[in-house]
Structure formats: structure tokens, C-alpha cells
Design a protein around this ligand. Structure first.
Ligand code: HEM
Length: 393
């Protein structure tokens, strides 16, 4: 069998996808100063213990207070403040809000698929616009601004370089460019939030302005940063999920045939895709005190990269990890994280993925990746997936 990572041109550094186990489930990279966590048990331990492994890594890097995206950014926050804010935003982003989106997601999918025929780029035509339109409408910002959202997302999330804790330069051209983008996005969202304060509407921005826990409401910068995370995390990862699932099914015709014959397998096929090709391949933490992990000593303030993509291929946890099995059950993958930061958007991403794939398989009985125009994988080490996927129908 061709190794899927080679077949797809996945970054050579992602050794676990070539069936090579890590030297150790926990390994310090001396060159970057980052402790890499590859094992499933060890990753779970880190993610389940926010007291020992903080999500606020800027503190350990020594420049706390200089990060304009900190306030309201759930991803970089620890309990107890995290719990309070997550409760607050969960009041606006409820399971019912997500469930009510189903007809609209089906409608947008139908509209995007309708004009397609022959050969096309599945990312440009479906995988990218669908989640962006959905998250923009949910938040209450114009979906027509999506070219701008993509520019921000590409600029902020798809850097090629591997994170190096020894070479942080907060004044580099790259850092300044990113800061400018964050500021631009902030201004854009603040403008819409201010407008909603004057004239409330039925959208998530308005709900965020009005949500209250223990008499506390979100401040403007908290709303802006949370909305930024939603706008970025809310679309780029789902874009990757849809593209990755099509690629996985394409590379495994027997599994595709099974899903085509029985669509009840789609939800577990999507879970398997999240395991096999995890869009969000790494999350970072910093130890708050000296501790031990996988039999190794971990000093305080140690930057720790929890490699979700590798943990999801851990042979100690998953039988035959290189097999893409749409019936895998149980499938305790870490694609959406684990613990207090477990992805808030998971129900939305799962629903978008299910509807998009279901309609796509209906519409194109002979869908296949175009061998003459191979998929273009993002070079980023932090996220896995394609930004171009040419298909034949
Ligand atoms: C958190 C993955 C879609 C919003 C996370 C985390 C992961 C993740 C791994 C945990 C980060 C950590 O522990 O540091 C994914 C994947 C997605 C997806 C693979 C799609 C396939 C979405 C969507 C939304 C969203 C559609 C919003 C509409 C969030 C938010 C958090 C989060 C707000 C932070 C939660 C917290 O810190 O409490 N996501 N995500 N995600 N995700 Fe997602």
C-alpha cells in the first residue's frame, strides 16, 4: 500500500503518518526548545490538566501583556476565568442555535453545488465558501467580505515555519505583519459590534453583547477577540475537514463505496477523517510548575506542543492506525482537543461536514481527485489539509 502521506505530499516531518513511531511519546526538541508530545495517553494527560499545563503560553515566553488577542480569547485562557467566559459565550452559542442552522447549511450547500460540473477545485467551490458563509451569517457580518476573511486566515494561520521557542522575535517583519492583520480584523469586528449595540439584530454578535453571567457582560475587546477566534477557527478548520474527508475517501475506494451505500456511516467517516488527517494538528501549552510526563521531567515554563495529529496515530491507542476505517468504533481521536478547551464549534463542524459530504456524494457518483493536478497541501506544521483540491466528476 502506498503510504498516504507520500501519496499526498504531506510534510516530510510528519513521520507518524508514514508509520514511523516517535522515538519516545514525549521528546524535547533541543533546537526549538519545545517539548513535543506525540503519545495519546500523554497528550490526554496534558490537555486534562490546565492547572499544570496553561493555555497562556505568552506568560512562559515572557511577554505577557503585549498580546492584543489575549482578552476574551478562550484558547489562551485558563480556569477559572476560562470557565466563566466559556459559560458566557455558550449562552449565545447554544446547541439549539447550531441545530437551527441545518436547513440553511443544506441550502447554501445546494446553491454552491448547483453550478458545478466537470473539473473544479473543491476547496474554492465548496469547502471554503460553505463554512465562511455559515459563520459570517451566524455572527452577523457580511458573507460577501469572505475574500477578506480568507486573506486574514491565510496570513494568520498558515505560516510555514515550525514554532521555535528560542527564536521569538516580537518585532520581526512577520510578527508586525500579523499584528497589523489582528488590528485590522479587530477594527472590522468592533465596527460591527458597535453597530449592533445601536441596533440589535438576531445574530451571535448581538447575543454576545447581551449575554450575562453573575451580572457580568463581555467587554468590547473580549467580544472582538472571541469573534475573531470564531471567524478564523470557524472556517479554516472546517474547510480542511471537508477537503481531507474527500481525499481520504478517494484514497480508499472500498471505504467510499461503504459510505455511498450507507450514509449512516458518514458521521463515523468524518470522525475517522479527523483522526487520520487532523486539521488542527497541534495545540500549545506551557507548564506552570516542574512536573513529570511520560516518565520524563518537565521543568516549569516549558513550552509544550501537543501533537494531536501524531496522538491520533498512536498504535498504543488505535489498532492499525494507518488504516482509514469508516467504521472505527470507538474512535477516541483528539482532533477537537480534550478537556476544558474541547472545541466549542465541534457540533457545527460535524454538521457542516456531514451535510457537505452527503450532498457531494449524491450529486457526483464518480467524484475523484484529479491525478494530473494533485492536491496542494498547506506547508504549515500546525494544520493539516489542502488549500486546493482539483476533482473530476
Ligand atoms: C477549540 C479543532 C471547528 C471554535 C478547538 C480545539 C481544537 C479545535 C483542537 C482545542 C484547542 C486547545 O485545546 O487549545 C477544530 C476542528 C474543527 C473546528 C478540527 C473543524 C473540523 C470549529 C468551529 C468553530 C470552532 C466551526 C466555531 C464556529 C472553537 C473555539 C475553541 C475551539 C471557540 C476554543 C474553545 C475553548 O478554548 O474553550 N477547536 N475546531 N471550532 N474551537 Fe474548534
Amino acid at each position: 500500500m502506498t503510504c498516504p502521506a507520500d501519496q499526498w505530499g504531506v510534510d516530510p516531518g510528519k513521520f507518524w503518518m508514514r508509520g514511523t513511531p516517535p522515538q519516545s511519546p514525549v521528546l524535547l526538541d533541543e533546537s526549538t526548545g519545545v517539548l513535543n508530545v506525540y503519545g495519546h495517553a500523554e497528550a490526554t494527560q496534558v490537555l486534562s490538566d490546565p492547572g499544570t499545563y496553561s493555555s497562556n503560553i505568552t506568560r512562559a515566553l515572557g511577554f505577557e501583556g503585549e498580546n492584543p488577542m489575549q482578552e476574551g480569547n478562550l484558547l489562551q485562557m485558563d480556569p477559572p476565568r476560562h470557565r466563566k467566559l466559556r459559560t458566557l459565550v455558550s449562552k449565545a452559542f447554544t446547541p439549539k442555535v447550531v441545530a437551527d442552522l441545518e436547513p440553511r447549511i443544506a441550502e447554501v450547500t445546494g446553491e454552491l453545488l448547483a453550478p458545478l460540473e466537470g473539473e473544479f477545485d473543491l476547496v474554492a467551490e465548496l469547502a471554503h465558501p460553505l463554512p465562511v458563509i455559515v459563520i459570517a451569517e451566524l455572527l452577523g457580518v457580511p458573507a460577501d467580505d469572505r475574500a477578506q476573511f480568507r486573506e486574514w486566515a491565510d496570513g494568520l494561520l498558515t505560516t510555514d515555519a515550525e514554532f521555535n521557542a528560542r527564536e521569538i522575535d516580537v518585532d520581526s517583519d512577520e510578527a508586525n505583519r500579523q499584528m497589523r492583520m489582528v488590528a485590522e480584523m479587530g477594527e472590522y469586528l468592533l465596527g460591527h459590534a458597535a453597530e449592533r449595540r445601536r441596533s440589535p439584530r438576531r445574530d451571535l454578535l448581538t447575543d454576545l453583547l447581551q449575554a450575562e453571567v453573575d451580572g457580568e457582560r463581555l467587554k468590547d475587546d473580549e467580544i472582538v477577540n472571541f469573534a475573531t477566534v470564531l471567524l478564523l477557527a470557524g472556517h479554516i478548520t472546517t474547510t480542511l475537514l471537508v477537503g481531507n474527508t474527500v481525499l481520504c475517501l478517494d484514497a480508499h475506494p472500498d471505504q467510499q463505496a461503504a459510505v455511498r451505500a450507507d450514509r449512516a456511516l458518514l458521521p463515523s467517516a468524518i470522525e475517522e477523517s479527523l483522526r487520520y488527517l487532523s486539521p488542527f494538528a497541534v495545540v500549545y501549552r506551557a507548564s506552570t510548575e516542574a512536573t513529570e510526563l511520560g516518565g520524563q521531567q518537565v521543568p516549569a515554563d516549558q513550552i509544550t506542543a501537543v501533537r494531536l495529529g501524531a496522538a491520533n496515530w498512536d498504535a498504543r491507542r488505535f489498532a492499525d492506525p494507518m488504516a482509514f476505517d469508516v467504521r472505527r468504533d470507538p474512535n477516541p481521536h483528539l482532533g477537537f482537543g480534550r478537556g476544558v478547551h474541547f472545541c466549542l464549534g465541534a457540533p457545527l463542524a460535524r454538521m457542516e461536514g456531514r451535510i457537505a459530504l452527503d450532498r457531494l456524494l449524491d450529486r457526483f457518483p464518480n467524484l475523484s481527485a484529479d491525478p494530473e493536478n494533485p492536491p496542494r497541501f498547506l506547508r504549515s506544521f500546525d494544520i493539516s489539509g489542502v488549500d486546493e483540491l482539483r476533482v473530476r466528476t
